[in-house]
Design a binder for this molecule. Structure first.
Ligand SMILES: NC(=O)c1ccc[n+]([C@@H]2O[C@H](COP(=O)([O-])OP(=O)(O)OC[C@H]3O[C@@H](n4cnc5c(N)ncnc54)[C@H](OP(=O)(O)O)[C@@H]3O)[C@@H](O)[C@H]2O)c1
Length: 291
């Protein structure tokens, strides 16, 4: 019996590429694999993958070709000499880069007759194929219409727009929000460490506190979307007072306050422009200033 699943080629079998190839194999996709260095194809071959004898053969094996390399520069470097074989296929690039580099990569691929889709994986390799994995896609709508449903085997597939760079932009925006929380937690842990408080003791208070903060996000989103900062419960003036106290308490504890200083500067700038009474989220108007 022939498979009705789209044949896929996975180029780049590092941690993530191998996990993606495995998920395709587990779901019955004819899967061809290729990696620059030897020694990364045996496990996948044992699970049913076809190991391509050359990069060109890997590309020619499937209408959907995934590149899962360290960054976009590696994709260009690798595919440039064989780019003719991409014509008429869809390049689904998973390799991370800046949104601008991704846009250039898309233009390059389209210029060589390929359809381009970008995939930003919001999961660790171990989670690929599970309900916890999410993959954001941007670029060719035709390509997502053709393959989006089948790409659900990798993780929940969400198309975020035609601009090929926007999936990466989303991924960095999500990471930005997450890193703010994770590194802020570490900063708070360091402050309490100076008083002999163990991280797990802090955790017990931090988790419910942070859950409360998450609930506050919808109000922040509404305020920043409408530009109406007049109804917030917590003013910029009050929050500057708290931020300055965090900085002072950090210094007293011997902890570097650098994590918070850019926020303090942005809040001061907004207050200096006469907006101290506004809701704290109005600092967004300083952050969004481009250039
Ligand atoms: N791992 C994660 O948790 C995760 C999550 C989301 C997104 N990502 C993104 O996914 C991409 C791959 O991540 P990974 O964790 O799989 O990385 P990795 O384990 O370090 O694997 C990197 C892969 O890129 C290949 N490569 C690097 N430079 C190359 C070049 N110039 N020419 C040909 N092949 C080249 C490597 O080939 P060799 O084996 O020959 O060195 C290897 O197959 C990255 O852009 C990463 O940011 C990763």
């Amino acid at each position: 019996m022939t498979s009705t699943k789209t044949p896929v080629s996975v180029i780049g079998l590092g941690r993530l590429g191998a996990a993606l190839a495995e998920a395709f194999l587990a779901n019955g996709h004819p899967t061809t694999v290729w990696n620059r260095s030897p020694g990364k194809t045996e496990d996948l071959a044992a699970k049913g993958a076809t190991v391509a004898g050359s990069l060109t053969k890997a590309i020619e094996a499937s209408p959907l070709v995934l590149t899962v390399l360290a960054h976009h520069g590696a994709v260009r470097e690798l595919l440039d000499p064989v780019v003719g074989s991409l014509s008429g296929r869809t390049l689904l690039n998973i390799s991370s880069s800046t949104p601008e580099d991704i846009r250039k990569l898309a233009t390059w691929a389209q210029g060589h007759g390929a359809d381009y889709l970008d995939g930003a994986v919001m999961a660790v390799p171990q989670a690929i194929g599970s309900a916890d994995a999410q993959v954001l896609y941007s670029g060719s709508t035709a390509a997502f219409d053709s393959y989006g449903e089948q790409l659900g085997v990798l993780g929940a597939a969400r198309y975020v727009g035609e601009d090929p760079g926007v999936a990466e932009l989303y991924s960095y925006a999500l990471l930005s929000a997450g890193y703010g929380t994770l590194f802020g937690f570490l900063h708070g842990t360091a402050m309490l460490d100076s008083a002999g408080v163990r991280p797990t003791e802090f955790l017990a208070l931090a988790v419910p506190w942070l859950n409360g903060m998450v609930a506050f996000l919808s109000e922040i989103a509404r305020e920043t979307e409408t530009g109406d900062y007049s109804t917030g419960e917590s003013s910029l003036d009050i929050n500057l007072f708290a931020l300055e106290n965090i900085v002072a308490a950090s210094r007293t504890a011997g902890v570097d306050p650098a994590f918070h200083l850019p926020t303090v500067d942005a809040v001061r700038k907004r207050i200096a422009a006469g907006n101290g009474d506004e809701s704290a989220s109005s600092v967004f108007e300083v952050m969004r200033t481009r250039g």
